[in-house]
Design a protein around this ligand. Structure first.
Ligand code: FMN
Ligand code: ATP
Ligand code: MG
Length: 509
């Protein structure tokens, strides 16, 4: 068996020990469960690629011992499951499918979230154990051992983690020693791969090339494996090279943001806003409030009152922002799906929260019905109640999602003030506010275009945005930055670049 031969022929003693231990775990599992009862969770990532070859070797060794046969593993009979997502890198997708073909894997492609996918799989198949490429150091490895039952709230199965104790270096030693194919992204500086929204090449592998562009060295050259997730930082992080895919996919801002700038997304839930029957005033107010505490708003959007739509947006925004603010869709009505959407995004269920129920009972009193109790269902295990004496009911925080119950500007002002007073428990750090200044210019867009482009290059730390209130009226140029003197310098620099007299006065602050 080529994998076993490659390892036995290597003089890397540490690798041999890791290999032997992993194969031992695999053979224990193969002895405990029948082939029909096990599955292999494969996603084309480096860790699951290592696991694939360990399983092939382990399966072969297990069988040769039983039957004394001697040969290659032609087909791999263990059911392979792949959770395909539209936000996966195309390279990951094609590698997964190519690998499946090359090694004769029987792949079940699942297009739902992990939990419901596994629920359906287990309902229709006798699966009792699933092999995963989880390693110590992965956020999901917390509390896991080589054999760990699935978490409470998940369908019942045994998680088998043969490479739990492998280091980043072990993974690359194995892949390179065995000379097996791996996803091409790892040769382009990616060191751990999530979705296109939260993954960029690891800046520690960034090497400038003579033509001035950026080039990334291959993943196996990362010397400190503890930094393998450095490319899984937020979109606007200073660690991420600007010219990367996650940024270019998501946002066209020239990115005048340093690593310390905190970013937020605002999500309103409301069919009534989307159908144009109600004007959303909270969005504007919330964006202003966030800027006033020095936060950058990276997206503000409205989604339908539909659990999956909410979950999809929340899932995307939580990984690329420091905080997500939500409003709308809270309560006992059929359309109040915000909390269910948040729970789904985090992969947890809604569960009764006694403390919250108590608050509601105080507020609603005897009128408490079954429906009202439904309001006390909160995302399990991730919810924190934000108490403030001026709030009749605490606000809900689920990890980095804050759910506001305000329905108008006055209520939002009140809830915001409470949040500001609660910064210690909310994580809502107060930063130096942005200074925003706006000027008008009487130039045409054609005249203004080039000077403005140059200005953006000269002032990369200032956001410069333009709009017109009427097609033939003045051009409004706004300047946003943390340093007022820099904002003023940018305004003066624009004045010098435009024809004399075309920037008459400062219109507002
Ligand atoms: C086959 C399989 C089983 C899983 N079992 C559990 C589980 O028992 N408990 C849990 O909290 N998460 C479970 N997860 C979810 C993972 O812990 C994790 O959220 C997922 O791999 C995404 O990781 P990422 O956010 O780093 O991409 C499972 C995932 C898969 C693919
Ligand atoms: N979409 C998915 N489909 C099937 N299995 C998955 C999926 N995502 C994660 N897994 C399982 O979880 C394991 C851990 O995922 P993780 O992202 O940490 O590792 P990886 O994708 O193999 O490598 P990398 O760290 O380079 O991304 C995988 O090895 C795989 O077993
Ligand atoms: Mg991965």
């Amino acid at each position: 068996m080529e994998i076993d031969k490659a390892i036995q022929g290597s003089d890397d003693r540490r690798l041999k020990t890791k290999y032997d231990n992993a194969v031992y775990v695999i053979r224990r599992a193969l002895a405990l469960y029948s082939t029909e009862e096990i599955a292999f969770s494969f996603n084309g990532g480096k860790d699951s690629t290592v696991l694939l070859h360990l399983l092939r070797a382990g399966y072969f060794l297990h069988n040769t011992e039983k039957s004394c046969s001697n040969g290659e593993v032609a087909d791999f009979p263990i059911r392979t499951i792949y959770f395909e997502s539209s936000s996966a890198f195309p390279e990951i997708n094609s590698f997964t499918y190519d690998t499946a073909k090359m090694y004769g894997l029987k792949v079940d492609v699942i297009r739902t979230d992990f939990k419901s996918g596994l629920e359906a799989l287990i309902k229709t198949n006798p699966i009792r154990a699933i092999f995963l490429g989880v390693r110590i150091g992965d956020p999901t490895a917390v509390g896991q051992e080589q054999f760990s039952p699935s978490s409470p709230g998940w369908p019942p199965f045994m998680r088998v983690n043969p490479i739990l104790d492998w280091s980043y270096r072990d993974v690359w030693a194995f892949l390179l020693t065995c000379k097996v194919p791996y996803c091409s992204l790892y040769d382009q500086g990616y060191t751990s791969i999530g979705s296109v929204y939260d993954t960029v090449p690891n800046s520690l592998l960034c090497a400038s090339n003579p033509s001035g562009g950026e080039k990334f060295r291959p993943a196996y050259l990362l010397s400190d494996g503890r930094l393998e997730r450095a490319g899984r930082l937020k979109k606007f992080s200073s660690h991420a090279c600007v010219n990367n895919r996650a940024v270019s996919n998501g946002n066209s801002i020239a990115c005048p943001v340093d690593g310390s700038t905190l970013t937020a997304s605002v999500i309103a839930v409301g069919d009534e806003i989307l159908s144009g029957t109600v004007e959303d005033q909270l969005q504007l107010l919330l964006c202003r409030k966030l800027h006033s505490i020095g936060w950058l708003v990276s997206q503000s959007l409205v989604v339908r009152n539909d659990i999956d739509s909410v979950a999809e947006e929340v899932e995307q925004r939580i990984s690329s922002n420091d905080m997500v603010f939500m409003y709308g869709g809270i309560g006992p009505l059929h359309s109040d799906v915000t909390l269910a959407g948040v729970a789904k995004a985090f992969g947890v269920r809604l569960a009764p929260d006694e403390e919250f129920e108590e608050y509601l009972r105080h507020l609603i009193g005897d009128k408490c019905t079954g429906d009202h109790n439904e309001m006390a269902l909160l995302p399990e295990g991730i919810t924190e109640l934000l108490h403030h004496e001026r709030l009749p009911v605490p606000l809900i925080k689920c990890q980095n999602v804050i759910i506001l119950t305000a329905t108008n500007a006055a209520e939002l002002n009140e809830q915001w003030e409470c949040l500001i007073e609660l910064t210690e428990s909310t994580g809502l750090q107060l930063k130096e506010p942005f200074v925003i200044k706006e000027v008008t210019a009487t130039t045409s867009d054609v005249e203004a275009a080039q000077p403005l482009s140059k200005l953006c290059l000269e002032f990369p730390d200032i956001f410069i945005a333009c709009h017109r209130k009427s097609r033939y009226g003045a051009l409004f140029v706004s300047f946003k930055g943390k340093d007022e003197a820099r904002v003023d310098s940018a305004i003066e620099a624009l004045r010098k670049k435009l024809p004399v007299g075309s920037m008459p006065e400062r219109s507002s602050q």
